[in-house]
Design a protein around this ligand. Structure first.
Ligand code: GAP
Length: 434
């Protein structure tokens, strides 16, 4: 089914996935806060990515580099000069707009006349130390990638990895976007999940193809519907200043097809730039040929917030039921923020005591919750709406047969399981994807 962004924003707010940042002050500039369910959901997206990209492979290691780096990094990378968007101002309503988004040369808000376009750098500036001067200017990183490039030699020397190998990083990036919007799709503070995969020059195009396919499959594996996913190669004129080629994995968001992830061939651009600017040798000694080479780099670069939004939209479903409409987030089990809810059939002792004991035992292994408020039907709906794959119901028979019912979210099928076997049964169902 197709769902509007308003429906997702409203569900996200109502159930505690995402709140506007600083909401009591009216919100702020396209920044968002992740609530109790949002933090679990986003962590699961990042964990699934890390499992696939790092733990699942023997040619990958991870790092976590600083957000604020030496300012020369951004001169070398080209971001100080080239990380810009063309900006125009409306002379009448004073709104600022991206020139490349405009269909006509007049303000789309009030029809007013626009200024000439000028280049606007998207990096956030700050000062390091107590003196606010040109000499103390630093930037919040606009991509995590540069933390990987400047650590290439450190990582290679300490891990003794041989080409081809990759370095993965997940972390915050910041961009002073001119036109943020569409909820958490484009924000000024966001998280990236990036890999820089270092290969021998000449093998880069083959690796680029492989990574495009691998990353496309990752979204399908975690439940994105194939009809909502496509690949789009970049045209020459939209390539970033460092890229020889790039393909985007695009998702069919409610506002149309848009980028989820970019997979770029960054060539040897970054390592060479940092070699020149730092005067340090960032080459790799190839034992096979006995030569020093500068590796080429394939970069699959995804957004954690954007992926989380796509997973929410894709999982959203509604179906008629006896109370009107059942809203379901049909999340893949690895992505679902809460894995198990324990529900006593009635708010009476000793059912509550037994149910709480079960929940306490389960929460050591799974992200579990407990709910005793409202009718059992309402409580199932509450869990369906946040995508909980399994509900465990404790009823009056439980007191006699020492068994509980496991109800599955999508099929609503119920099976009876002895309490003694419950954890093992759930573990089997919830075992993470390889
Ligand atoms: N290192 C390459 C790089 O940063 P990018 O295409 O500019 O490439 C990669 O960004 C991914 O980061 C995007 O596909 C998107 O998922 C995410 N991203 C970029 N800008 C974003 C923003 N303003 N808000 C949310 N996510 C963003």
């Amino acid at each position: 089914m197709t769902v509007s962004m308003e429906t997702i924003v409203s569900l996200a707010k109502r159930r505690g996935f995402v709140f506007p940042s600083s909401e009591i002050y009216g919100g702020f500039g396209s920044f968002w806060d992740y609530g109790p369910l949002g933090v679990e959901l986003k962590s699961n997206v990042k964990r699934a990515w890390w499992r696939s990209m790092v733990y699942g492979r023997d040619d990958m290691v991870g790092i976590d580099s600083a957000i604020i780096m030496h300012p020369h990094v951004w001169v070398a990378s080209g971001h100080v000069n080239s990380f810009t968007d063309p900006l125009v101002d409306c002379k009448v309503c004073k709104n600022r707009l991206r020139a490349d988004d405009l269909v006509e040369q007049k303000c789309p808000i009030c029809g007013g006349e626009l200024t000439e376009a000028r280049q606007f750098n998207l990096m956030f500036k700050t000062f390091v130390g107590p003196v606010e001067s040109e000499a103390s200017v630093a930037y919040l990183r606009p991509e995590t990638a540069q933390g990987i490039f400047v650590n290439f030699t450190n990582v290679q020397a300490t891990t003794r990895k041989k080409l081809p190998f990759g370095i993965a990083q997940i972390g915050k990036s910041f961009r002073n976007e001119i036109t943020p919007g569409n909820f958490i799709f484009r924000t000024r503070e966001f998280e990236q999940m990036e890999v820089e995969y270092f290969v021998r020059p000449g093998t880069d195009e083959e690796w680029h193809r492989r990574w495009i396919e691998e990353r496309f499959q990752w979204y399908l594996k975690y439940g994105i519907k194939p009809e909502n996913l496509r690949l789009r190669p970049h045209c020459e004129n939209e390539l970033a200043h460092y890229a020889k080629g790039c393909s985007d994995v695009e998702y069919l968001f409610p506002m149309g097809w848009a980028e989820l992830e970019g997979i770029a061939n960054r060539t040897d651009f970054d390592l060479k730039q940092h070699t020149t600017h730092s005067n340090r040798d960032l080459s790799y000694f190839d034992e096979e040929t006995g030569e020093h080479i500068v590796p080429y780099v394939i970069e699959p670069s995804a957004g954690a917030d954007r992926a989380m939004l796509a997973f929410m939209i894709d999982a959203y479903d509604e179906e008629p039921d006896n109370t009107g409409t059942r809203v379901i987030l049909r999340f893949h089990k690895d992505i679902a923020p809460i894995k198990v809810a324990v529900l006593p059939l009635s708010k009476k002792e000793p059912l509550i005591k037994v149910a709480k004991e079960i929940e306490h035992a389960l929460r050591k292994t799974f992200v579990a919750t407990y709910d005793e408020t409202g009718s059992i039907g309402k409580r199932y709906r509450r869990q369906d709406e946040i995508g909980t794959p399994y509900c465990v119901t404790v009823d009056f028979d439980t007191l006699e047969d020492k068994a509980v019912t496991i109800r599955e979210r999508d099929s609503m099928e119920q099976i009876r399981v002895p309490i003694a076997e419950l954890k093992a049964a759930l573990r089997e169902k919830l075992e993470p994807e390889d």
